[in-house]
Design a binder for this molecule. Sequence first.
Ligand SMILES: [Zn+2]
Length: 151
Amino acid sequence: MPAAFRSAFAPCEQPDALVIHCSDPRFQKHFHEFLRAHLGLDTYGLVAVPGGVQFLTAIDYLPKFSWVGWRWLKFLVDRTRPRRVILIVHDDCLWYKDSRFWQHGGDWKGAALSDLAKVREGIRARFGSLGVETWFARIDGGEVVFEAVGL
Ligand SMILES: [Zn+2]
């Protein structure tokens, strides 16, 4: 195996998007395929953490996470000026299904969709005209289906 790997570098002035999704390894290739093949994104900034958008809503439970998360977003929006923001939550999310979040009565999907809407509104409130698209990635047999949410 060669000691180095080379990849063509093509700087861009403005990325197509800023994307926030979960870091669940089972979904990474599906997220990537969706962003590239369906949305046609060529360049995008990415924040991938357990639970995706959840870290931006944990003001009561994890206030420092939320503070840092919004700082990261402000930095990425100010410095890279993405054309739009893509938010994705997904089926069978281990983070949302973790018992620490059972205050939502076990309705992890409802909590994830609620957080998706909260973050969409938070981004609109903070960054004005920046377009925000929200998606749910659902497992359907042997496929992952990406469905638009709250259009
Ligand atoms: Zn997840």
